[in-house]
Design a protein around this ligand. Structure first.
Ligand SMILES: [Fe+2]
Length: 336
């Protein structure tokens, strides 16, 4: 009968700031089970961690060359390094030193002279705990992504229902989202940030669900009172979206009627105080409102739309976003 051997993952240990003699001693104890790499502390340590993070860091805390407290602190400040367990070597066995190591966030310590079995056991325990923690974190992230996806789908369904009852809009939010994504790409944003902006744009007018149909679909100009009611869609929308776990979905809904000069509603924020996501949505929203066919106005000429955007640049709109929107219009014949 053929036996299949499962190859266990060989964990990596980064050894920082040991003398060559001690490094060889550590290799004697650990090399059979682990990959070992030695380094002096510096930028290379962070480059290594970004490239292929070790599973554990073994740190010499009594090197004369550097302050080990500072080393631990800077490792704990780094997003990736902070998750790697650190075991420090304590030669003097001073209790204060050991306590300080734990307070700084080190996982454990080993003594000099090395006791091979204890050292191997402590290292194995910390790596096992860290693997388990990483596995649990991954599982939680996967579950969170699933919940976010399902909730987003539900919210989008509500938004579509809202658009269906507003006879003026006709897929307006989808187009606003499409323009917003083009602008964000020009700003060089990363995929996750663009995805959030897309959802913020798709849902910017979700609060209209709370505005009566007779106001939403009125062909004549709104009275002052009706206009005040219409303005409330900003607050209603942000209330619907603000409890959405872990995502700033409400930002587009809450701030998309703010103006660059501070004369918008409701926060009165101006310039860069207004979140950039909302400044992008404002320009995309205005462009689509002007460029799309509306029952009460008909289609506005493309050059006229561009003129209106330029006219509002610096008062209603962020000038940088207007510039990018004009580029987007020029580059995409379908958007004209
Ligand atoms: Fe709106």
């Amino acid at each position: 009968m053929e036996h299949q051997k499962t190859r266990k993952k060989r964990h990596k240990i980064l050894v920082i700031e040991f003398s060559e003699t001690e490094f060889l001693e550590i290799c004697d104890i650990l090399l059979e089970r682990y990959e070992i790499q030695q380094m002096c502390f510096g930028e290379e340590v962070f480059s290594l961690i970004r490239g292929s993070a070790p599973d554990l860091i073994l740190l010499d805390c009594e090197t004369k060359k550097l302050d080990w407290y500072k080393v631990v602190k800077s490792l704990k400040k780094d997003d990736i390094a902070a998750k790697i367990p650190i075991i420090f070597i304590n030669r003097s066995a001073k209790q204060a030193e050991i306590l300080k190591g734990f307070k700084l966030g080190c996982a454990d310590y080993v003594r000099k002279p090395f006791e091979p079995d204890i050292m191997r056991s402590k290292i194995a325990t910390q790596i096992e705990l860290s693997d388990y923690r990483n596995h649990m974190e991954e599982m939680l992230m996967r579950e969170k992504r699933k919940v976010v996806k399902v909730t987003l789908e539900a919210i989008h369904a509500i938004a579509q229902a809202e658009e269906a009852k507003d006879s003026y809009t006709n897929a307006h939010s989808e187009r606003v989202a499409e323009y917003a994504v083009c602008i964000a790409k020009k700003l060089g944003w990363k995929r996750e940030r663009i995805e959030l902006l897309k959802n913020q744009a798709l849902l910017h007018d979700i609060g209209k669900i709370g505005v009566p149909d007779n106001i939403l679909n009125k062909h004549e100009p709104l009275t002052d009172e009706e206009y005040e009611t219409m303005k409330l869609h900003v607050k209603i929308g942000s209330e619907i979206l603000k409890n959405f776990a872990g995502e700033k979905l409400y930002v587009g809904a809450l701030y998309h009627h703010e103006k660059w000069d501070g004369s918008g509603y409701f926060s009165g924020k101006k310039g860069e105080e207004i979140p950039i996501e909302a400044r992008i949505i404002t320009v995309a929203d205005a462009y689509d409102a002007m460029a799309s066919e509306r029952i009460y106005r008909g289609i506005m000429d493309k050059e006229k739309v561009k003129e209106e955007l330029i006219k509002g640049s610096g008062t209603q709109f962020d000038p940088k976003i207007v510039r990018l929107m004009l580029e987007v219009i020029e580059e995409n014949a379908a958007f004209s």
